[in-house]
Design a protein. Structure first.
Lengths: 545, 365
């Protein structure tokens, strides 16, 4: 099947292209213009914006904890708009099927679930497999596990840590490694209620800093494309910008990705002891090595639910739950908390948080180093992305929102003074080019010949939120799956994984360890290749230094 | 491989075609039982949507008792492995916990100290309201209470933990005071209970007790899973529709209502006029009273109180065929290998065949 997308404004920062032209698709790939051939289908996209499919690097879409949130909050998805289902279960609010449909409608073609403890990897993969259209991947969470903490306590070699990380990643079929308030879950099980970068994990005698640095090194040693994905200590705490700055310094020159930085951009100024320190933090990011990247975790004003493996943080948030019910989980050496929350525009703290996120977007200069997230659903559901695109693209849009916020909150930020507006090219860099590079996906995020034919075509609607909410056309692997914001049919993508090489001796040691400690086979916790009953369920992303 | 229509042996294809006719011609079909692996549950829920029917589970009463408390009041939760490795104090609540999980004490390794705990002392084990002899078998200190008295007893214990005055005097009062002191002194304690033997009030009281204990120390709860992938069906239903079972698609989108979509009630109240009964693990049979026509995907030895219109014998996950199910040993999904592989068909395969024989409907998922 040869397809020509004719006459659109093609925005492909990877190739430096920004102008009117054609895109040609043959099968599942972008190809050079096929001179002299008659395409099987021609789509006139003149006046439209053409970009590669967008990639979300951090969105909690599929895990046991997400499912707990669904079951905890039936009232959050009860009143879903009645309409005939064009595709199975696409009217089921908050289902995996709806997730695939709504992401695709916005022109997204790949999404990463960033918090999967090794023992829950199969659950997460089962959910991912029921997200239609999109390609997806899991980040495997390490740093709370007795095996690793014992290696660090006993001063074992860098290689031993890398072998363990490689084996666990392979068993859980992850795309990369995440650490979440490293050591915090173990500390919480030992009745610790706050946990900082240099606090020591009880019984192991190692600090959070040591854990994250060991994992950061292991990722480099294994040649995993995605750097260690780090959720810093002290999330949400006033004055925690100090923790973020210490962590940036501790990361040194090795690659690192800091997740949802907005939640760490708080100072202690003002009569309420809560202010934006986002400008200071953005400056630190700007002057840090280029190997440091961040995503924002923007807050938007509406009902949501926070879902996090940072159990210390979640436990402390229980009194703020709205509605007043939460789930706190001590599980399989990790922890987790599901705490519903309502962000309100007339709330001083929420308004400062909202401004902090936008300050980070606008004050971090390089769009290849700042990523577009709301930490779905923690800052806001991914369905608010269109409004967020509009906010970073328009100073006027921000001014309209600012006018409705408490004045004392606005005074705690620099947002009103910022005039920057993102261009289409910067949007495409932040949501296409940079995520593909960060995850090691060489054939995505761009529209050069050879790229996977994941393409989003948008109306050039001056209402940018409307434009990004409903793409005009979306192709996944060259298959037209969305027309005018509606999914026409399902196809199923792959789970992206890495298979780093490591010394297989660790697998034997781990088998003995599981037999001895759990009295269970380690195989019970693995994700077997045949577990997902779909053709081409997994796609391997190459490792290499 | 055996399939029957009106009691006569037929091919699988014929049985599937008759089943498809029956279900799609019904005004409101309901899928019940739903005791199957993840693949079977997926297929059944997708079929329910396509038929604009509803689905329920044979153990909904028990599963929803637990879920209802969670979605009203929240909960704290841990896994058998965390209890095994970290709990220095274990409090069992309610009778017959070992009936549904005989290996529970072994899985928790109660006789040994918790391997990953800072405290290396022997575990302290208590049992509030056991059935006769149950506490002694696991070496637990017993505090007697009848099932009916459990909510009250838990309330008394909760008051004692908070060091509030109660009207429990004498020996019982002293027992609660002593137990409360032991719980407060725990490093990481776990309350083990089952929704099979407790009512909603007792479950909510356990959650409240644990929340109170967490003011000063660490405590969590371990609900004993029913087994046979019941929790796995809850989870699968959760990600497919956002809701647990007792969900219907009559309006073209899922609606969850624990009263409205109770399969037995729907049938006996003349609302549902055809059913698909699924029971791939044990020999459970439908308990509704009104004799509506139904299709049974069941184990060969199942005895029905009136005959199904269509009956197809299915294999048991983990016995006849591999299957993904929720393993209570680890508190999450795992792939269970077939112990004695046979050609008995899987529930998901049969539903696939029924689906192919529907005249209406959209693409599959």
């Amino acid at each position: 099947m040869l397809i020509r997308l004719a006459g659109g404004r093609v925005i492909d920062p990877e190739s430096g292209r920004d102008g009117v032209g054609d895109i040609w698709i043959r099968g599942d790939r972008i190809v050079a213009p096929a001179q002299g051939e008659t395409p099987d289908a021609v789509y006139d996209v003149s006046g439209k914006i053409v970009m590669a499919g967008a990639i979300d690097i951090h969105s909690h879409v599929a895990s046991g904890n997400v499912n707990t949130a669904r079951l905890l909050l039936p009232e959050n998805h009860r009143g879903h708009t009645p309409r005939p289902a064009a595709t199975p279960l696409s009217t089921a609010g908050w289902s995996t099927f709806e997730t695939g449909c709504r992401y695709a409608a916005m022109g997204f073609t790949t999404v990463i679930e960033p918090a999967v403890p090794p023992h829950y990897a199969l659950h997460s993969h089962l959910e991912l497999a029921d997200i239609p259209i999109l390609d997806k991947g899991n980040l495997t969470v390490l740093g709370e596990d007795d095996f690793l903490l014992s290696l660090l306590r006993d001063g074992k070699s860098r290689t031993a840590v890398a072998d363990y990380a490689g084996a666990t990643l392979a068993a859980s079929k992850g795309l990369g490694i995440k650490a979440i308030n490293p050591g915090g879950s173990v500390a919480f099980q030992n009745n610790v209620r706050t946990f900082d970068l240099d606090d020591v994990v009880p019984t192991y005698g190692v600090t959070s800093r040591q854990i994250f640095q060991a994992l950061q090194q292991a990722v480099v040693d294994l040649g995993i494309p995605h750097p260690l994905h780090l959720h810093i200590n002290n999330l949400g705490v006033p004055g925690n910008v100090e923790t973020a700055l210490k962590t940036i310094a501790a990361a040194g020159n090795k690659p690192i990705h800091l997740a949802h930085l907005q939640f760490y951009s708080y100072g202690k100024e003002g009569k309420r002891g809560f202010s934006s320190a986002a400008a200071q933090l953005a400056e630190a990011v700007n002057s840090a090595p280029k190997s440091l990247t961040v995503d924002v975790g923007q807050v938007m004003f509406r009902q949501t639910v926070t879902v996090s493996l940072d159990v210390i943080r979640q436990f402390s948030a229980v009194p703020m739950a709205k509605p007043r019910k939460s789930v706190i989980f001590d599980g399989e050496t990790n922890g987790a908390g599901v705490v519903p929350y309502l962000y309100k525009s007339d709330n001083f703290y929420n308004a400062v948080q909202w401004a902090c996120g936008l300050e980070l977007f606008l004050l971090i200069n390089d769009p290849t180093r700042v990523f577009f997230t709301t930490d779905h659903p923690n800052g806001a559901p991914y369905t608010t992305y269109p409004d967020l695109f509009a906010l970073i693209m328009s100073r006027d849009a921000r001014a309209r929102w600012l006018a409705d916020l408490p004045k004392e909150a606005v005074e705690m930020t620099t947002l009103p003074s910022i005039s920057r507006e993102y261009s289409f090219s910067e949007i495409a860099t932040m949501t296409r080019v940079a995520p593909a590079k960060l995850l090691g996906l060489k054939d995505r995020g761009h529209l050069s010949p050879g790229a996977l034919a994941d393409v989003a075509v948008y109306h050039d609607d001056p209402d940018r939120a409307q434009m990004f909410r409903f793409a005009h056309l979306v192709f996944k692997d060259g298959d037209l799956v969305v027309r005018d914001g509606r999914v026409t049919h399902y196809r199923y993508g792959r789970a992206l994984t890495v298979q780093p090489s490591y010394d297989a001796g660790v697998d034997r040691r781990l088998s003995t360890y599981y037999d001895d400690l759990y009295g269970l086979s380690r195989d019970m916790f693995k994700v077997p290749a045949g577990a997902i009953a779909r053709d081409y369920a997994f796609e391997e992303v190459a490792c290499g230094r | 491989m055996k399939a029957f229509v009106e009691g006569a042996a037929v091919s699988l294809e014929t049985a599937a075609a008759v089943a498809a006719r029956l279900l799609e011609q019904a005004r409101l079909p309901v899928i019940a039982g739903l005791a199957t692996d993840v693949a079977g549950a997926r297929a059944a829920i997708a079929l329910a949507e396509k038929l604009r029917g509803a689905y329920d589970h044979v153990h909904s009463e028990i599963l929803l008792r637990d879920l209802d408390v969670m979605r009203q009041a929240g909960r704290m939760l841990t896994t058998p492995n965390d209890a095994r490795l970290r709990a220095d104090c274990v409090l069992f609540v309610g009778p017959k916990l070992r009936d549904s999980w005989p290996d529970l004490p072994k899985r928790l390794d109660l006789a040994a100290p918790p391997r990953l705990s800072e405290t290396k002392a022997a575990r302290k084990v208590f049992w509030l309201g056991p059935s006769r002899g149950e506490a002694a078998e696991v070496g637990a200190a017993e505090i007697a209470a009848t099932p009916g008295a459990l909510p009250h007893a838990l309330a008394g214990l909760r008051a004692a933990v908070l060091q509030r005055k109660t009207r429990m005097n004498g020996t019982l009062g002293q027992k609660f005071t002593d137990l409360a002191a032991q719980l407060r002194a725990a490093h990481f304690g776990v309350v083990v209970w089952s929704a099979e033997s407790l009512d909603r009030l007792a479950i909510e009281m356990i959650q409240g007790l644990v929340v109170d204990l967490n003011q000063k120390t660490r405590f969590s709860t371990l609900p004993v899973e029913l087994g046979m992938n019941a929790s796995g069906v809850v989870q699968t239903s959760g990600w497919m529709t956002g809701f647990p079972m007792r969900t219907g698609f009559g309006r073209g989108y899922p609606e969850h209502d624990t009263w409205r979509f109770d399969a037995n009630r729907m049938i006996d109240a003349d609302e549902a006029d055809a059913a698909l009964w699924i029971s791939a693990y044990g020999a459970e049979s439908p308990q509704w009273k009104r004799q509506i026509p139904f299709v049974a995907l069941a184990r060969p030895q199942t005895r029905f109180h009136y005959p199904p219109r269509v009956k197809i014998d299915v294999g048991c996950p983990g016995k006849d065929h591999d299957g993904i199910e929720y393993a209570r040993d680890i508190g999450t999904f795992t792939l269970i290998q077939a112990k004695s592989p046979s050609d008995a068909p899987r529930v998901s395969e049969i539903i696939g065949l029924i689906d192919q024989n529907l005249t209406k409907g959209s693409e599959g998922c």
